[in-house]
Design a protein around this ligand. Structure first.
Ligand SMILES: [Zn+2]
Length: 85
């Protein structure tokens, strides 16, 4: 819990508006399709399991995202950032 989690949540869409639930709901990311140059993700509402959105991630974006995530994880463990002060 804490700093690393919130950084991760900022990075991906963690909640979207759901028409069925009439509310902004937490979503689950599901890998829909893998293409040579990109991946398609589907966002499923955790309340009713319907699709509330989708996202394309190009290979370049994905590699960058992974690099950033890895960097943040490493930094988070080695040098704790105090956000509460
Ligand atoms: Zn829903």
């Amino acid at each position: 819990m804490g700093i690393e989690m919130s950084q991760f949540e900022n990075f991906t869409a963690s909640s979207l508006y759901c028409d069925k639930c009439k509310a902004t709901m937490p979503v689950r990311e599901r890998l829909l399709l893998v293409l040579p140059d990109k991946e398609l993700y589907d966002y499923l509402c955790t309340g009713c399991a319907s699709s509330v959105g989708s996202r394309e991630v190009t290979t370049g974006e994905k590699m960058m995202a992974q690099a950033i995530a890895a960097q943040q994880a490493r930094r988070g463990r080695r040098v704790p950032i105090s956000l509460h002060s």
